[in-house]
Design a protein around this ligand. Structure first.
Ligand SMILES: Nc1ncnc2c1ncn2[C@@H]1O[C@H](COP(=O)(O)OP(=O)(O)OP(=O)(O)O)[C@@H](O)[C@H]1O
Ligand SMILES: [Mg+2]
Length: 221
């Protein structure tokens, strides 16, 4: 098993009351799974993905990732797990504004302490694969939404993560680009990479092998 959430709940205080964003989530993922999280807007999909990606905290329950108890790890240890194993495609891209496309792509490789010639080769490979060679020296603000999304996907894949978490990775792409990204995910999954994607599209969900439906912060309630 790659990861397991047990009885995970997250809530926020509002007007003296607890408002649940996630309620008693029980969920496990095996290595090599390809899972799609679906559900209406506001149902907690991004919140759940951020927790799986160790980017957000929760109030109750346990989270085990590769036999580590994520809920009780120190921040630094948690960040190291993230850098070592996870590639995250953010719903809102989260590219670093002050860095060029090329430099954004390089970040995960710097985290993994890859040497400079290897970094150059991998960046060149990604630019080529995602058809954005001509954009390499531009800053995120100089790209279209779809191009930023492509850079976000390329950045998530560049360091060969064991687990890819993708929050509506094709939401801003045209259908041909979207199909290409899903094709890449499918290939990576065949090679053993575990994928969890959030999607509103039945077509994209069909690339995966399991669908998790969220409604009002619950998996089945
Ligand atoms: N930090 C926060 N404080 C208060 N409420 C929050 C916080 N983060 C998320 N929420 C609320 O939790 C609910 C779930 O949000 P989330 O972003 O996970 O939804 P989603 O399923 O990803 O929706 P979408 O499909 O629109 O992206 C929303 O009602 C949102 O307003
Ligand atoms: Mg969302």
């Amino acid at each position: 098993m790659l990861l397991q959430l047990k009885n995970v709940s997250k809530w926020v205080q509002s007007g003296g009351q607890n408002v649940f964003l996630l309620k008693d989530i029980n969920f496990w993922v095996n290595e090599g799974d390809f899972i799609s999280i679906m559900g209406p807007s506001g149902s907690g999909k991004s919140t759940l993905l951020n927790i799986i990606g160790m980017l957000d905290h929760f109030n109750e329950g346990t989270y085990t990732f590769l036999e580590e108890s994520v809920h009780s790890l120190k921040e630094k240890h948690r960040a190291n797990l993230y850098k070592q194993y996870i590639g995250f495609v953010f719903q809102a891209y989260h590219l670093i504004d002050e860095l060029t496309v090329k430099e954004n792509l390089e970040m995960p490789l710097l985290y993994k302490k890859q040497g400079s010639s290897e970094r150059k080769a991998l960046v060149a490979d990604m630019l080529d694969r995602f058809n954005i060679v001509g954009k390499k020296d531009l800053f995120p603000s100089q790209l279209s939404g779809g191009q930023q999304q492509l850079v976000g996907v390329a950045r998530a894949l560049i360091a060969s993560p064991k687990l890819i978490l993708a929050d509506e990775p094709t939401g801003n792409l045209n259908s041909k680009q979207g199909d290409e990204i899903m094709g890449i995910f499918k290939e990576l999954n065949k090679e053993g990479v575990t994928i969890i994607q959030v999607t509103h599209s039945e077509k994209n969900a069909a690339y995966g092998s399991r669908v998790l439906n969220l409604l009002d912060g619950c998996i089945e309630c």
